[in-house]
Write a protein that binds this ligand. Structure first.
Ligand SMILES: Cc1ncc(COP(=O)(O)O)c(C=O)c1O
Length: 444
């Protein structure tokens, strides 16, 4: 018999007991920030021992309108009381119909018809299938260092060996082109990348594919790679090359969508119109929902039976998503854009203050702080060496000394990630910045 790990009220009694149960019963793939959560509200997390933390990571960029947002919770509760499941593709229902119509209104360009699933990786998988069906072609190109999910199709697109080790083979017919990572771009030799760097795509199509191209899949701002924002004209050039080859441009906005970058969708910062847009994470503020949306002409390439998900388009999650969009459009995104500009200036100052801050970059409330070993030469000889140990130490110091939960990411695991609920106040951002400064001082 295993030891009893719940208190008399049926709740976990302490951080220790929650972690012990994880060790015993949860498949050991979880990468913990060491803050078991008992409750959450706004930008605050409370752990099972009653400690409070400022959350500037939003459960990997998900709770965009704040933990426990009242309007979203009320909408979900109301739908829970009405009905929970009918399989959206077997029984048409209003929450799905309303959300699909709303997404058509708020997404860029001619995007019109949505397919609903439960996660980001499913959205990407479905988008690849649709692109193949519509174009009649097979091959897909994605970016080196990009991240698109962990199921085998999305994993094939993911341009990072760390996620693939021991998992091969994934799907075939995927090639990768260079990301717009100006700080470490071998082509630009230390200068900023520009639109011309996108021409690498043309070379990759010519040398690594048969030319039978269905789609080019790109994150408009690369999240897991370390918050990489493309230079002006880069994404537009990618779109041009993609279309010249008869392929579709799939923009993966799983992480950047729903207000994260200071616009409802990051594509709006650029002069591009995605042919398919993938969404998840912030769409329903934490309820599991994913989607891909395409113009009617493309979406209609799918015939009955080509794709389905039993839980996809769950009415509770769809009701929550509708309330989330209402909240975002009620001023949260505009405020986030303004606070993000202020945060960007504050972070830029860190580059001057600390030799270990190599580059800060971002849009809206999606910012990365790349930590480096000063005075060294990094990969491809273009920037100081990434310092993943420092990033881990800074994250720990933030949590232990300042009660701030901040993510660490990046291809080299050396980027501190500011991706808070968009409702975060200037005062709360100042707390996080003070914590970051004192962590940098302590760790260096
Ligand atoms: C850009 C992007 N696409 C897809 C995914 C996969 O989403 P999920 O974890 O919901 O499957 C992620 C997750 O981080 C992501 O950032």
């Amino acid at each position: 018999m295993s030891e009893q790990k719940t208190d008399s009220a049926g709740g976990r009694s302490s951080n220790e007991s929650v972690v012990a149960a994880y060790d015993d019963y949860v498949t050991p793939i979880w990468k913990s920030l060491n803050v078991p959560v008992e409750r959450a509200s706004g930008c605050t997390l409370e752990d099972a021992d009653g400690n409070e933390y400022l959350d500037v990571f939003s459960g990997i960029s998900v709770t965009n309108v704040g933990h426990g947002n009242e309007a979203v919770v009320d909408a979900a509760k109301e739908q829970l009381d009405t009905f929970v499941h009918g399989c959206s593709y077997v029984h048409p229902n209003e929450p799905v119909a309303d959300l699909a119509e709303r997404i058509a209104e708020v997404t860029p360009g001619d995007l019109q018809k949505s397919f609903f699933c439960n996660s980001g990786t499913e959205a990407v998988e479905g988008a690849i299938k649709l692109a193949r069906k519509y174009t009649g072609s097979k091959e897909v190109i994605a970016l080196e260092m990009g991240f698109h999910g962990r199921t085998l199709g999305s994993l094939a697109l993911t341009g990072n060996k760390a996620y693939k080790q021991g998992m091969a083979p994934t799907i075939n017919d995927v090639a990768h082109t260079a990301p717009p990572y100006g700080y470490r771009c071998p082509r630009c030799e230390g200068e900023q990348c520009d639109a011309d760097c996108a021409d690498e795509l043309e070379r990759v199509i010519g040398s690594h594919t048969s030319g039978d191209l269905a789609a080019v899949v790109v994150e408009p701002v690369m999240g897991e790679a370390g918050i990489i924002v493309p230079p002006e004209g880069w994404l537009e050039r990618v779109q041009e090359i993609t279309h010249d080859h008869g392929a579709l441009l799939v923009l993966d906005e799983v992480q950047t969508g729903y207000g994260r970058t200071g616009e409802l969708f990051a594509s709006e910062h650029f002069d591009v119109e995605p042919d398919i847009l993938t969404q998840a994470k912030g769409i329903a503020n934490g309820l599991p929902l994913g989607a891909f949306t395409a113009p009617a002409e493309i979406a209609d390439a799918f015939e009955s039976g080509d794709h389905l998900s039993t839980f996809g388009g769950n009415p509770v999650a769809c009701a929550a998503a509708l309330a989330t969009i209402d909240e975002l459009q009620g001023g949260i995104v505009d405020d986030a854009r303004e606070r993000g500009e202020w945060l960007g200036d504050e972070l830029a100052a860190l580059e001057e203050e600390y030799g270990v801050v190599g580059q800060t970059r971002g849009l809206g409330l999606m910012w990365g702080v790349e930590l480096v070993e000063p005075g060294t030469t990094g990969p491809q000889n273009v920037a100081p060496a990434p310092d993943a140990d420092l990033a881990a130490a800074v994250s720990e110091h933030l949590r232990e000394e300042s009660n701030v939960v901040m993510g660490v990411g990046g291809y080299y695991k050396n980027v501190m990630r500011f991706q808070p609920p968009l409702t975060i106040t200037r005062d709360q951002l100042e707390v996080a910045l003070d914590g970051l400064r004192s962590a940098l001082e302590a760790a260096t």
